[in-house]
Design a protein around this ligand. Sequence first.
Ligand code: AP5
Length: 213
Amino acid sequence: MRCIFLGPPGVGKGTQAEFVAREFGVPKLSTGDLLRDSVQKKTTLGLEAKGFMDRGELVPDEVVIGLVREKLRSAECQKGFLLDGFPRTVPQADQLELLLQSSGNSLDRVIYFTLPKDEIVKRISGRRSCPRCKAVYHIQAIPPKKNGICDVCETELIQRNDDKPETIESRLSVYDEQTAPLIEYYKGKNVLSELDGSGPVDDVQRRLLALLS
Ligand code: AP5
């Protein structure tokens, strides 16, 4: 499986990517997770990326492409991968195409998640994440057993800096301007499938499996 999850912030890509990666036994590459990890570790890349992320802007293409190129060339990605949050611009998509061509591979499918804007805002506003094991919750829809505490590793949950109300609108505009053009890009390559991201996680999961199988 060589697959991309595309769609606006907060639509549920990461939640479904965890499940699909387990189900199909492929590595999930989330550029958001990789970048947040670099920020947490205060690496040079992380320090460069932090400002862009906190403002809800995209990290420059060359930085993200470098990160993904290294991962895609690693042994664990040779039999397939699931890309969550990459590509996010046409230049990133072009670079991915070149990378795949150079190894004689191609994309199997791009899943485009959709959800009305008011639902997106509710999902992002209620998201809480574990800074340690990266588990993701939602204060209403997918709450942890103990309020504010991760079920998996008992760490205190946090709200992502870019999930604050003032940043959500700018992330959505950035998506419309820079990422939404990829919908036509992948339609043109006949690999795009649209997925209704509304409703409970299990319902979305069932629709997703039907598309992937
Ligand atoms: P990134 O981490 O990729 O953020 P995103 O695309 O904005 O996506 P999100 O993580 O916000 O949402 P999601 O769709 O994964 O939703 P989730 O499953 O968590 O990127 C962050 C930043 O990094 C970017 O702004 C940029 O700065 C930088 N970056 C990353 N990649 C880049 C790239 N390629 N190029 C340049 N810059 C890049 O779900 C959301 C919430 O809803 C959760 O609380 C979840 O529990 C809940 N939920 C999920 N499904 C359901 C459901 N069915 N019902 C109810 N609640 C649900």
